[in-house]
Design a protein around this ligand. Structure first.
Ligand code: ADP
Ligand code: MG
Length: 287
């Protein structure tokens, strides 16, 4: 376990995959945006293998070409890496199973890429989650704790018990809000699923109960209340957080009667959201 420069790992990997991209007929445009980053501690070969798997998947998803955006920033004691492709994206069922060992949709695929990513990232005390829209592309977010002994005076994300066993559904039609919320919770070790519509959210809730559901009220297809109702019907123990741009229009009694545990008004304070979910999830036994 030595100090690792993640920016360097990513740059080297891009060099490694570049011939495969420029050699073919299809053009993949790569945008690399790496801030100067503090080091992480760990196994460079394992981390390289993990990011290689992510890059190869992105390229597999763009057989006709596209854009691959790789970024890494430092935030809240972590390095947050995002790999976004403009490829075929994943259907909900695919997204739900993507980390499963041996799950593959590719002829000749092993289905071991993302399960390796998950294992390696978790072994480094980090977290990983996916956001994907069929036909639009996929984003893979990886957070890794920074290798600073000073950081360890407080338990880091990896040290906090059992968040990783808790799943949270984030429902918002704005990609930026959805991603930021998912990144916040995923970065703290929750297993995060996202949905952009009520229909997608209902499908996700049908597949499994969530420890917490964070939903916007105004969604494109139907009202966010339907997500609230479905979540509570699936499991009464699910903590339902409603995020609203016009919170003052709802009376507390009305909101409670509809099954909402907590209303947060946009722009949501990340600390408030996180501590609410921590509290709610700790007192529940849902998934
Ligand atoms: N960037 C991506 N875009 C679209 N689908 C993806 C992406 N990454 C992973 N997947 C889906 O997840 C599945 C599992 O990926 P992985 O574990 O790497 O195995 P494999 O690449 O061998 O299929 C893939 O078969 C594919 O369906
Ligand atoms: Mg793969």
């Amino acid at each position: 376990m030595g100090p690792i420069d993640i920016a360097r790992v990513l740059r080297d990997l891009v060099q490694l995959v570049e011939p495969r991209i420029t050699g073919g007929e299809s053009q993949i445009h790569i945008e690399l945006s790496l801030q100067p980053l503090p080091e992480v501690r760990g196994n460079p070969n394992k981390l390289t293998e993990a990011f290689l798997n992510i890059l190869l998947n992105a390229m597999d998803a763009m057989p006709q070409g596209g854009t691959l955006r790789i970024s890494a920033v430092e935030r809240s004691g972590e390095i947050r890496i995002a790999v976004r492709d403009s490829g075929k994206g994943m259907a909900r069922e695919e997204l739900a199973r993507a980390f499963d060992p041996f799950f593959t949709t590719k002829p000749g695929g092993t289905g071991l890429g993302l399960s390796t990513v998950y294992r390696v990232v978790r072994a480094h005390g980090g977290s990983v989650f996916l956001d994907s829209e069929p036909g639009k592309g996929t984003s893979v977010f990886v957070s890794l704790p920074i290798a600073s002994p000073v950081e360890e005076k407080q338990p880091g994300p990896a040290g906090r018990p059992s968040r990783g066993e808790h799943s949270v559904l984030v429902v918002d039609d704005h990609p930026a809000v959805r991603e930021a919320t998912a990144e916040l919770l995923g970065g703290q070790g929750y297993v995060v699923e996202t949905a952009a519509t009520v229909a997608d959210a209902l499908a996700a809730i049908e597949r499994r109960p969530f420890a917490a559901v964070v939903t916007d009220v105004g969604l494109p297809d139907r009202a966010g209340w339907e997500v609230v109702r479905a979540a509570k019907q699936r499991s009464r123990q699910t903590l339902v957080v409603l995020v609203s741009g016009w919170g003052s229009h709802f009376s507390p009694e009305d909101v409670r009667a509809r099954g909402v545990d907590l209303v947060l008004v946009k722009p949501v304070d990340p600390d408030e959201l996180l501590s609410a979910i921590d509290r709610g999830v700790r007192s529940s036994t849902a998934a």
